[in-house]
Ligand binder design. Structure first.
Ligand SMILES: Cc1cc2nc3c(=O)[nH]c(=O)nc-3n(C[C@H](O)[C@H](O)[C@H](O)COP(=O)(O)OP(=O)(O)OC[C@H]3O[C@@H](n4cnc5c(N)ncnc54)[C@H](O)[C@@H]3O)c2cc1C
Length: 225
């Protein structure tokens, strides 16, 4: 079991907190990886409830790292995380995630990043990764979000400080409401990229997967829920 201390907690909106953590041992993660946080909520089998959280910050720093967590269930692990304060510690295992990451032989080229819901944390980990600058010469970024929820997760003005490899003037993203069929009706655009990273809601990711020509386009997926 590993341990990290909370150095700072920033509340982004009523249901979103960013946790700045420090670990004395190097985490040995690569951008896109996640850790398994062990809560203090007991299970009947004597264990505790555990949940996965993607590391948003850059893999250049293996001691200080960042998680951004949405309060989904106040009585469960996201509620436990939201109850923690500066100076508290978390127990975790990992890092985990064998495929949602850059690999040495990935081509240099044009990439699409698609986040659905909280899946944007895993995308941030990939964008902040040290490999990003060696692989990406053009990118698009789509974020699929529930309709009518302006405070769903990370506020727009936070991206400037969350992105390490991309200057604010070069960073643009397009929000699509969850029910929008635009991307699926125009799915030919998906096959114009060298690679696509998609993270978040499983049923939406599956709709993308059906439309991507995996013989031509590298596809990396991470299911959150
Ligand atoms: C690989 C991986 C990485 C993840 N990274 C993050 C992260 O960086 N930040 C983060 O906030 N969450 C992340 N999650 C989701 C997280 O692990 C938990 O599922 C979430 O915090 C809810 O846990 P809980 O114990 O509080 O609630 P539970 O009681 O376990 O969940 C209640 C219900 O909410 C669903 N649910 C989970 N997440 C969402 C969501 N975003 N929107 C709507 N429903 C949801 C669950 O499937 C479940 O049905 C990740 C999940 C995975 C698998």
């Amino acid at each position: 079991m590993k341990q990290a201390t909370i150095k700072k907690v920033e509340q982004y909106n009523p249901t979103t907190k960013a946790f700045f953590l420090e670990s004395s041992e190097p985490i040995n993660f690569t951008g896109g990886n996640w850790i398994l946080v062990h809560s203090n909520i007991p299970k009947e089998d004597g264990n505790v409830y555990k949940r996965s959280y993607s590391i948003c910050s850059s893999d250049r720093n293996q001691h200080e790292f960042m998680l951004i967590i949405k309060l989904v269930n106040p009585d469960h692990v996201s509620g436990y995380m939201h109850s923690l304060k500066k100076g508290d510690t978390i127990q975790f295992s990992g890092p985990h995630g064998k495929t949602f990451r850059w690999f040495e032989d990935d081509p240099v080229g044009k990439y699409l990043f698609v986040a659905t819901h909280t899946g944007i944390t895993a995308i941030l980990g990939v964008l902040n990764s040290k490999h990003f600058v060696t692989k990406v010469n053009f990118f698009d970024f789509f974020w699929i979000l529930p309709e009518d929820d302006e405070e769903y997760f990370i506020p727009d003005e936070k991206f400037d400080e969350l992105l390490e490899n991309i200057p604010p003037e070069d960073f643009e993203y397009t929000i699509f409401p969850e029910g929008s069929s635009f991307l699926f009706e125009n799915s030919n655009i998906l096959n114009l990229y060298d690679g696509i990273f998609i993270a978040g809601k499983k049923d939406i990711i599956n709709e993308f997967e059906k439309r991507i020509n995996k013989d031509k386009v590298i596809l990396r997926t991470e299911y959150f829920f």
